[in-house]
Structure formats: C-alpha cells, structure tokens
Design a protein around this ligand. Structure first.
Ligand SMILES: *Cc1c(COP(=O)(O)O)cnc(C)c1O
Length: 373
C-alpha cells in the first residue's frame, strides 16, 4: 500500500464496541483485571499503555515499515529513552548540526552514563568512517538537519554502522515518513518529534521511535518508558493520530509553498544564502528523488548584513509568526542562533522558516515587504 493510504488507514480499525469511525479516547488510568494478575491480558495501568497510544504506534510502525513503534510524551523523551539504553563504555557519533537539545543532552549526560561523544559532518561518509572507533556503538543522524537543511545519505551510513556493529538512528522529524523511510535504507531506528508535522497543528507534544526489529533494544526502550513515565497520554496520542490522517496533503502544500518561497529568496538581493534541498544549488539536492521523495517544508536563509539586520527582517514579518517549533499549519520564522543560545554554531544572520499552508503569494509578499524595510 502507498504511504498516503497508510497515513489515512493504519491504526484506524473501527471501534468494536461502538462502531465509531473516529477512534475513541479512553482516559481511564486503570483497567479491571482478573484477581490473578498473572493471567493478565490487555491493559492494566495508564503508565503501561492505553488503547489510543497502541493505535498510534501501529500506524507509525506501518508507515515506517518497522517491526514496532514506541511513542512518548515528547521528541526529547524518545531520544533520551534510546540514548540511555546504549551500553556504558560506548562511543557515539552525532551529526555536528543535530537538534541542539539532543546535542546538549549528550554533552551534559553522556559522562554520567559512561558514554563518549564526537560530533561529525554526517554528509561526509569519509569523515564518518575516520571518526569511528572500536567502541562506537551508535551513529545519530538527523536528515534534513536543523537549521541548515543538510541531507545525509542514509544507505552509506547504514553500511558503515553495520560493518562496525553499531546502531544507526535517524531523526527524520523534518522529513516525516512520507518523504523518507530510513529503515528501508538500512537504519535500525527512526526517531520523530511528533510535535511537528505529524501533529501538524502546533497543539500537541510527542515523540516516537520506530524499530526495524523487535529485539532486546526495542524491549528495553519500552521498559524504560514505563519506568520513567514519559508516555504519550491518550489525548496526545489521539491528536497525533488525527494529524497523521491529513499529513500527505498538508505536506504536499507545505512543499509547494516552500519551493516558491525558496525561489523568491534565492533571487533577492538582500539574501546571501538559501538553504533548501529543493533548490538545484543545494549541495545534496541529488538525494531528493533518490533517498527522499521530496524536499519538505522547512528552509533557512541568510540575510545580507548583520545579526541586527536579520532580526529586523524577522520583526517586520506579519504573516510569519516569530516563534520556535515547526510543521504546523501556520508559517513561523525564527532567528535560530538566539533560540539556540550560548555556543550556537548557527550563522548569526540566519532565519529559519517553517513554511505553512497559507497561499504562497501572500507569504512572498510578506517576505518582500520585510526585506525591503
Ligand atoms: C523538535 C525536534 C526535536 C525534539 O522534539 P520535542 O518534541 O520538542 O521534544 C528533535 N529533533 C528535531 C529535528 C526536532 O525538530
């Protein structure tokens, strides 16, 4: 089945009690069980699982072509559950421009977990090969990356990881399962912040891990979620599932608008660089159409001038809301270095856009007046 069809139908079995087409939300935190709990089948307690969470997990596993999915209270909870299950003494390679909170988590907590970290340019397979050590246990890749929209080729990284007996984890939040399916390219685990495109309406936090195999790691990640309590609530699961149902047409429109905005910016004299994988000038443009099925709705650009000039452009925008996050129906702009804070490697004149579902002409007119000001 095509991913667009799975996005609508996976995990959407008709409720067997009421025949409701839209899935019910069971808010109960406890479920009646046999007096002998040893014979338990089904649900027991809210922190262990709930039916709506199960629906979302089966939908995401189907879309990613994985053996099983685990969903969480946030993308960071998902990332943390995976990283905390890496073996003490291990060495981890992360993309040098991966999501800043993942990087901060690794830098601050790996020493306590007995892990070591190196940051590497994951778009450069030779650099990755050179950075491998005998105890490298995990490659953590993010593609497209945030905020420079670099694309890493998953298949060659999977080969490097497999040869070393290391895990390949891909944070594919910007791509969604409709544009990239890393497990089919050899990755072991896919991560998503479902807060973004999957939720799609800037009104729910969530995260997901999808596993290629139902193995000891998948088991341990499920167990640590139960013990640490970072589950997806029934309502959060329901909102992400509802967002998923319209993901394909939303993404189509996001991409169309992003392409129009990218072309406009690329031709603008007050713009010194545009980072968008849909442009032929993008260094990894060839991966769109080979590994990726589209360039997505995120882009960033650099304002010709100073940090203050870039912030002034953002401030003059009227339709693009100055806010962090991405993947919702509304267009957002962010001076990314300010939001990443001290130590950010992001260029000081860079603005990141989450291109929303408005009409492209209105978005371009807004950018035009902001850049002219
Ligand atoms: C937002 C984001 C995360 C973190 O997810 P939360 O839901 O905010 O915890 C991780 N990776 C990427 C690429 C993101 O955009």
């Amino acid at each position: 089945m095509k991913p667009e069809t799975l996005a609508v139908h996976a995990g959407a079995d008709i409720d067997h009690e009421t025949a409701a087409v839209s899935p019910p939300i069971h808010l109960s935190t406890t479920f009646e069980h046999p007096a002998d709990v040893g014979e338990l089948k089904g649900y027991l307690y809210g922190r262990y699982g709930n039916p709506t969470q199960d629906r979302l997990e089966s939908a995401l596993a189907a879309l990613e072509g994985g053996a099983l999915a685990r969903v969480f209270a946030s993308g960071m909870a998902a990332a943390n559950a995976l990283l905390q299950n890496l073996p003490a003494g291990g060495h981890v390679l992360m993309a040098d421009d991966c999501y800043f909170s993942v990087r901060r988590l690794a830098q601050a907590w790996f020493p306590r977990w007995g892990l070591t970290l190196d940051l590497v340019d994951m778009t450069d397979a030779a650099a990755v090969r050179a950075a491998m050590r005998p105890n490298t246990c995990c490659l953590w890749v993010e593609t497209p990356s945030n905020p420079l929209l670099k694309l890493s080729a998953v298949a060659p990284l999977a080969q490097i990881a497999r040869a070393a007996g290391a895990l390949l984890v891909v944070d594919a939040t910007f791509a969604t399962p409709l544009l990239l399916t890393p497990l089919a390219l050899g990755a072991d685990v896919v991560m998503h912040s479902t807060t973004k495109y999957l939720g799609g309406h800037s009104d729910v936090s969530g995260g997901a891990l999808v596993f290629a195999r139902e193995d000891a790691l998948a088991q341990a990640v499920g167990e640590i979620r139960t013990l640490q309590g970072a589950i997806a609530s029934p309502f959060a699961s329901w909102l992400v599932l509802r967002g998923l149902r319209t993901l394909a047409p939303r993404l189509d429109w996001h991409q169309r608008n992003a392409m129009a905005v990218a072309h406009f910016l690329a031709a603008h004299p007050r713009v010194s660089a545009v980072h968008y994988p849909g442009l032929a000038s993008h260094p990894q443009h060839a991966l769109v159409g080979s590994e990726m099925r589209g360039p997505g709705g995120m882009l960033s650009f650099e304002v010709a001038g100073t940090r203050a000039d870039a912030i002034a452009v953002a401030a003059r925008l009227k339709l693009f809301v100055n806010a962090t996050s991405l993947g919702g129906y509304e267009s957002l702009v962010e001076h990314r270095q300010s939001s990443e804070g001290a130590g950010s490697p992001t260029p000081e004149t860079l603005l990141r856009l989450s291109v929303g579902l408005e009409h492209a002409d209105d978005l371009i007119a807004d950018l035009d007046q902001a850049l002219a000001g």
